[in-house]
Design a protein around this ligand. Sequence first.
Ligand SMILES: Nc1ncnc2c1ncn2[C@@H]1O[C@H](COP(=O)(O)OP(=O)(O)O)[C@@H](O)[C@H]1O
Ligand SMILES: [Mg+2]
Length: 278
Amino acid sequence: MTTTPANSTRAPVLEFDDVSLAFGSRRILDHVSFEIRAGEFTGLIGSNGVGKTTLLKVILGTQRIQSGDIRINGTKRTARLRSVGYVPQKVSIDADVPIRSRDFVALGLDAHRFGLRRRTTEDRRRVDELLEAVDATSFADARLGDLSGGEQQRVLIAHALVSEPSLLLLDEPLANLDPRSVQEIVALLHNIAATRDVAVFLSAHEMNALLPVMDRIVYLTGGRAASGTTDEVVRSDVLSALYGHHVDVLQLHGRVLVVAEPGTTTDHLPSHETLKVD
Ligand SMILES: Nc1ncnc2c1ncn2[C@@H]1O[C@H](COP(=O)(O)OP(=O)(O)O)[C@@H](O)[C@H]1O
Ligand SMILES: [Mg+2]
């Protein structure tokens, strides 16, 4: 189920075409198709365990699919590409690891090269520019392990962007942040998508924090996906068809609630957005 906005004339950065993947008898992706574009912020929304991390690993090439095609910048994905930046879901940074934020960002320059090499003036300029873009200049020389969650997230984003990818994947980057940091990181990523011509693709089990900035959404449940602009997807008829039973979508004080009918299990609806009416 894919709907494409009329104004999307640019070539897609990422295309999923009829992609299927199962773990044993459990279908994680069941004929999933969607596209995302440069300069856009796309949310990958679904409850825990639905397959968001698996889908991102498919893009990275670390998880095989059973059928379908994936194209990045119009080319079938083969090995891990320089054009994809990635901020993984679980990054545990030991406070004892003596690496400065600045040096960690610079490591992103080496990710696609064989071995380390001397930094050039151009490398240093690029690292500085990225640190500034994520507003991390003030802690650029602090140890990564000493930073707060929100500060570490900024450094991880700079690390993923320093090789100038056209697609930036982030796996639940907001999950462990306080509400203020969530707002700041969301605004930062929106700005990055708009000003750097990057396609930002971010997974979350809660969409409300993303509503002000999301250009498009890929909504995943039960192996199936609905995609399009947020207005096209977050609707009662579209989500009811996707879930296979009736759900209402309520707008309340700028938030969205997906409401199941009485007697329907809501276990598979994204948390904090659901209201079970009995
Ligand atoms: N390599 C694997 N083999 C078997 N099952 C897996 C594997 N990876 C993930 N799963 C299962 O697939 C489902 C989707 O996992 P995941 O992609 O991590 O979901 P999400 O990121 O949306 O929480 C989960 O039930 C998980 O336990
Ligand atoms: Mg996950």
